[in-house]
Ligand binder design. Structure first.
Ligand code: ATP
Ligand code: MG
Length: 470
């Protein structure tokens, strides 16, 4: 075995690697283009030549090459007939046609696919979330099919190379973090872990062990302390909220301290920063894009399936087909808010989904510092100025916070521990910086018990320590 120990935190939004040489743990620099080079944005851009670009550069490449570009789509006939559902209500899937009034009709249609003919590349975000979807195996990018494991491995590869470089030898063994629950379904949990293992192997790690991410963060803190402590970690990132309760004895020295530690409970839920971004989009931007608008002689409400589609920017391109665009133009002429429908059409046709999503995320981050902000899109074709106050934001995300609190209570119940029995509650993960979440934690545990750990690297650091002593 080599003399280096490696911890890998593959995050929904940001990833990091830490390496221990036996006496010191170092978080490696992964992305010089990022504000904080030790965290690599988990973004992958594949050019139409098949070249991968990872991290901050991936986002830059996508914006430079794709946004505001005229999108040319081609409908290709797949050569088979399928039965399509045709209905007047929204949310009826692919076959839905807004102008049809018969809610039960079925008809045979030629199966077709919409392909973009002039795309310079494709951007992937939050790939970790896709790991749990057992029905999603992969996707075609131009003329090549990529398994989900391959896509994830493309992000892990430069992380492995950075570890090899720092160690001066190939790092084959690593402790990887995993969320407590990739999904609430056991089967999906297992599928996700198995896929992450395959991805790690594809990237060159031969011996992979998994540890829960919040356990990593807990170890990172507790090893530096030398007291008997009962600790809770609340790690809220981009995809999941993870909680653990651990007990550390008073032993000195890393090895004995870790050997005498006990995990009393873990709990988690797949609700975090991405879900919060979707709530902001739903309540602040849907109306800007006409969700409350009515159209046509019968004053019909807008079909909600369109809005469900724009909730995740990665799906917006699917609306950029002739049928939907013609329908939107027609609806615009009779709509109660024609300007809003025009904005929706710009969002779709000008490929503005990603910059809009980025601005929603940035506005959310600003609200961790400021009491109010403006969600501002200043594009020649699309202008948005939506004020958002911290108080309204807290209200918008109440249900998400409720789910996070349930996980915290679950961890307490499983461990048989009351809030007052805890010595400290360590918080980590970007979403734990949201003031409404901090207030929720203060109300439950008292402000004096909360302790912030490094938001983006505490998990990887703890995992490298675990790698050394297990
Ligand atoms: N200052 C901030 N205020 C609010 N949210 C923030 C802030 N900074 C980052 N975030 C959010 O935190 C999330 C990213 O956090 P982090 O890097 O800890 O997640 P991750 O480890 O990649 O995800 P996960 O652990 O769920 O797989 C994003 O949703 C981001 O928008
Ligand atoms: Mg994380």
């Amino acid at each position: 075995m080599g003399k280096y120990y490696c911890g890998v935190d593959f995050g929904t939004s940001n990833s990091s690697v830490a390496l221990s040489d036996g006496s010191q743990v170092k978080v490696l620099s992964l992305d010089e283009a990022n504000v904080s080079p030790t965290s690599l944005p988990s973004l992958l851009y594949i050019t139409n030549d098949g070249d991968p670009i990872i991290g901050r550069e991936a986002a830059n490449a996508f914006i430079e090459r794709n946004v505001d570009r005229e999108v040319l789509l081609k409908k290709i006939d797949l050569g088979i007939s399928i039965e399509a559902y045709v209905a007047s209500e929204p949310d009826k899937g692919e076959g839905y046609r807004p102008h049809t009034t018969d809610g039960t009709a079925r008809e045979a249609v030629r199966a077709s696919a919409i392909v973009e003919v002039n795309s310079p590349g494709r951007l992937f975000q939050s790939l970790k979330t896709l790991l749990r979807h057992s029905g999603f195996h992969g996707t075609d990018v131009f003329d090549r099919h990529y398994q989900i494991e391959e896509l994830v491995a493309m992000i892990l590869q430069p992380m492995k190379e950075a570890a090899d470089r720092a160690a001066g030898e190939p790092i084959e063994r690593a402790v990887f973090g995993r969320p407590v629950r990739f999904s609430k379904r056991d089967l999906e949990n297992d599928v996700a872990e198995k896929r992450l293992r395959t991805a790690a192997e594809l990237a060159g790690f031969k011996d992979v062990t998994f540890f829960y991410e919040p356990v990593g963060a807990c170890v990172e803190y507790a090893m530096a302390a030398e007291r008997t402590q009962r600790l809770m970690v609340v790690d809220i990132g981009g995809g999941t909220c993870d909680v653990c309760i651990m007990e550390f004895g008073g032993a000195h020295g890393f090895h004995d301290r870790l050997a005498e530690s006990k995990i009393l409970s873990v709990a988690g839920v797949a609700v975090a920063g991405d879900a919060i971004d979707r709530e902001i989009t739903r309540s602040k931007l849907f109306p800007v894009f006409g969700s409350n608008c009515r159209y046509g002689p019968n004053n019909l409400p807008m079909p909600q399936n369109i809005y469900n589609q724009i909730l995740d920017w990665q799906n917006i391109y699917k609306l950029n087909n002739e049928e939907t665009i013609h329908w939107l133009i027609a609806a615009e002429s009779t709509a109660t808010q024609p300007e809003a429908l025009r904005s929706l059409r710009c969002l779709i046709q000008r490929n503005l989904g990603y910059p809009v999503a980025r601005e929603v995320e940035a506005a959310k981050r600003r609200l961790s510092v400021d009491m109010e902000t403006i969600i501002r899109i200043d594009n020649e074709a699309l202008q948005v100025q939506e004020p958002l106050e911290r108080k309204e934001f807290a209200h918008i995300i109440e249900e998400n916070l409720e789910l996070m609190l349930e996980s915290i209570k679950e961890a307490e119940n499983l461990a048989g521990i009351r809030p007052q029995d805890l010595d400290l509650v360590l918080t980590t993960g970007g979403t734990s910086l949201i003031p409404a979440i901090r207030s929720m934690l203060e109300d439950r545990f008292g402000a004096e018990k909360l302790k912030k750990r490094d938001t983006f690297t505490s998990v990887a650091t703890g995992l490298a320590i675990v790698a050394q002593y297990t």
